[in-house]
Design a protein around this ligand. Structure first.
Ligand code: PLP
Length: 354
């Protein structure tokens, strides 16, 4: 792991080369093994990667102990969200989503003419599952529930026991679109993936996953969805025969097996999280407990001012997330980057800039 002290060779960020902690990207870069195979794959990228798509799908199906027909590959989890919405959208279908969550589901629901029910957060910026349940129960038509767990931009989890009880209660005409983009970073024992429910045959859940976060493959655009073969068959027409890119497929196959990188990616994120939490605690700034590769923390100054001061210091932090107007989302860079960021934050503290 990188040291938590700045090394003599650390290059301070600049306007041209800022510390990018604004998009929840993985700062480590793809695993060296995945990079090597992606480079090799360029030489054969005159070919269509049809066989390889089936191979990646099989590898994923085996990981989930599901049939191959229970998995569909997507261009990141974003395309997974799009195809679920497009496959299920109708004038009488509502999307139920927390007010503060990843916006793609709501955006696609809007462009597909669905009714959108946004459920306010609790006072602690948690997802209000009871209120979401009520929104489903009060509605006459079918519902698609979008749950990001752990959530973005808050980093908070929904407790597995509560999520599972709701899914297992099988509310009529309700499909749960579970986005677990950040699941591998969670360390709260109350978090659990819905994968075991799928393995047990749940037919009201679609799990969306991505290689963008843990595996640092955001630019490769590889993701997938897992559900019953019947549900996956409904999504297929919205993707057609589109293929993913050859380099991304090969890099994904290697990454899934790269235990050393998986361990490193998690450990690096944990270290960075500790460094940032230390700074926030020293500044007496409150935050939402993070189970992700970012932290949502309070600000005592307007976000715009903070962003500008940070930018001048060569650091790009997250955008505004209304209605949490006095909060900032900071993604976790490398431990060394976070050591630098923490130093800047403490200096800002003295100046009243944070
Ligand atoms: N879902 C969530 C909750 C996200 O935060 C993101 C990206 O930040 C995505 C999905 C989309 O990721 P990608 O399309 O790169 O897989």
């Amino acid at each position: 792991l990188a040291k938590t002290q700045l090394s003599p060779t650390f290059t301070p960020p600049s306007a041209d080369n800022p510390i990018r902690i604004n998009f929840n990207e993985n700062p480590l870069g793809m695993s060296p093994k995945a990079q090597a195979v992606a480079k090799e794959t360029i030489a054969i990228s005159n070919r269509y990667p049809m066989k390889e798509m089936f191979e990646l799908r099989k590898q994923l199906a085996d990981q989930y102990s599901m049939p191959e027909t229970a998995v569909i590959l997507t261009l990141g989890a974003t395309e997974g969200i799009r195809v679920v919405i497009e496959a299920l959208a109708a004038a009488n279908v509502q999307l139920v989503a927390p007010e503060l969550t990843f916006s793609a589901a709501e955006d696609y629901a809007r462009s597909n003419g669905m009714k959108i029910t946004r459920v306010p957060m609790t006072k602690t910026w948690d997802i209000d599952l009871a209120a979401m349940k009520k929104a489903v129960a009060d509605y006459k038509g079918p519902s698609v529930v979008y749950l990001v767990n752990p959530n973005n931009p808050t980093g908070a989890i929904c407790k597995a026991a509560e999520v599972e009880a709701w899914i297992n209660s099988k509310p009529a005409n309700t499909l749960f679109m579970m986005d677990e983009a950040y699941a591998e970073f969670a360390d709260d024992p109350n978090f659990r993936s819905v994968a075991p429910l799928l393995k047990a045959g749940a037919d009201n859940v679609i799990l969306l996953k991505t290689f963008s976060k843990l595996f640092a493959m955001a630019g490769m655009r590889v993701g997938y969805a897992v559900a019953t073969p019947a549900l996956i068959a409904k999504l297929q027409p919205k993707i057609g025969d589109n293929l993913l890119n050859y380099c991304g497929i090969k890099a994904a196959m290697v990454s899934l097996k790269d235990e050393a990188f998986i361990k490193y990616s998690r450990a690096s994120n944990d270290t960075s999280r500790k460094i940032l939490l230390q700074a926030l605690n020293a500044l007496n700034i409150s935050y939402v407990p993070s189970n992700t590769n970012f932290i949502f923390h309070k600000l005592n100054v307007p976000l715009k001012e903070y962003q500008e001061h940070m930018k001048q210091a060569g650091i790009l932090v997250g955008r505004a997330f209304p209605p949490a107007d006095d909060y900032c989302r900071v993604s976790l860079g490398t431990p060394e980057e976070m050591t630098y960021v923490a130093k800047v934050m403490l200096e800002f503290g003295k100046k009243g800039w944070i």
